[in-house]
Design a protein around this ligand. Structure first.
Ligand code: AQP
Length: 333
């Protein structure tokens, strides 16, 4: 049966990139397939996280999922560290994946930069734990942004090598689901870099908790070139900042980028940016309000996560037990 798995790291507050590239689509798949969504806290600690802030951000990411429409009676929602099987299968996959595969991961190269000797071993092995997250549920579909495509491909490589090495047909070949106009939302100050939770300046991203004034200010100050919007979609080529703002508008309004260009052809930034800010406020402020309401009751969020973890274990534990059996690891009754 088709099953969806995806996750978000609580490594900072949610951004518009996480919302459009991930959460909004996760919620859209609910009800069509079995859906399992995770707050991947074990991934967050691959870089330093303040312990109190980590707990708080884990709840905030959960609140973001819920506020955007995730229904815990239709989807499983939990935080990764509560289901020990993730770490256990992650170790087995560390022994299946090859160092050479990890060396090709572009996200690791981006994050480690020139500092590769000093980053955590966990950051290096991150894609192998991500493969465990997905395959522990025998997930067939993984909705992700463009930036995660390579990691889902690695997940397939790990599944194939495991199946081949042990002569079984056990782990499925997972498909990345990357579609829609907002698969890569870029930084508002530099259209060649992606919008990230942990980017240096707050002005480069829209946070899901930003109020109307902040949203308007950030779009007003967003970098652009001086040209007006083009008459055709091709006119956005070579104009990364302009393209990004058009794509954000399209994704927020459930339109194609072409339709947005159709409406705003020839418009200057003095017209387009306020329209974009108004649209963003209209779509995001109800979510921000609901997140604030949920965050006022952390015990309720913790309860939802722990109930979700119980349901997740019901799927994950039998798959882990079978994996141990295949590998030849003894496990008592
Ligand atoms: N800019 C983006 N555009 C589209 N999708 C994005 N995603 C993240 N940024 C964008 C998608 O959000 C999901 C969760 O990502 P994550 O939290 O696991 O890790 P990330 O991709 O590393 O996110 P950040 O925001 O950049 O976090 P930091 O700064 O801590 O590394 C994924 O599906 C991702 O594709």
């Amino acid at each position: 049966t088709p099953r969806v798995f995806s996750g978000i790291k609580p490594s900072g507050g949610l951004t518009l990139g996480n919302y459009l590239g991930a959460i909004k689509r996760f919620v859209g798949m609910q009800g069509q397939m079995e859906t399992v969504y995770c707050v991947v806290d074990l991934h967050a600690i691959t870089v330093w996280q303040d312990p109190k802030e980590l707990a708080n951000m884990t709840r905030e990411v959960a609140a973001g999922y819920l506020a955007a429409g995730l229904d815990p009676s239709q989807s499983i929602l939990f935080n990764q560290s509560q289901v020990a099987a993730h770490a256990e299968l992650g170790w087995i996959f560390n022994c299946v994946a090859r160092v050479g595969w990890m060396n090709r991961m572009t996200q690791f190269k981006d994050k480690a930069g020139s500092n590769a000797e000093k980053v955590s071993l966990g950051l290096y092995a991150y894609p192998s734990l991500m493969a465990a997250d997905i395959l522990l549920y025998h997930a067939t579909h993984v909705p992700v942004g463009e930036d995660q495509k390579q990691h889902v491909e690695l997940t397939r490589d790990i599944a194939a090598k495991f199946n081949h090495d042990f002569g079984v047909d056990f782990f499925p070949m997972t498909e990345p689901v990357i579609e829609g106009p907002a698969m890569r939302i870029m930084n508002l100050r530099d259209g060649t870099k992606k919008m990230s939770k942990s980017g240096e300046s707050d002005m480069e991203r829209i946070n899901m908790t930003d109020d109307a004034d902040k949203i308007a200010k950030k779009f007003k100050k967003a970098k652009t070139d001086p040209e007006p919007l083009p008459e055709t979609l091709e006119g956005l080529d070579g104009r990364p900042e302009a393209k990004n703002l058009v794509e954000i508008y399209a994704a927020l309004n459930d339109q194609s980028a072409e339709a947005v260009i159709g409406e705003y052809a020839g418009a200057g930034w003095g017209r387009f940016k306020p329209a974009l800010a108004d649209l963003a406020v209209e779509k995001l402020s109800p979510i921000a309000d609901e997140m604030a309401r949920l965050m006022a009751d952390p015990a309720e969020i913790d309860r939802i996560l722990s109930e979700g973890a119980d349901k997740a274990r019901e799927i994950a534990n039998p798959i882990l037990r079978d994996t141990y059996g295949i590998v030849g690891l003894l496990r008592g009754q």
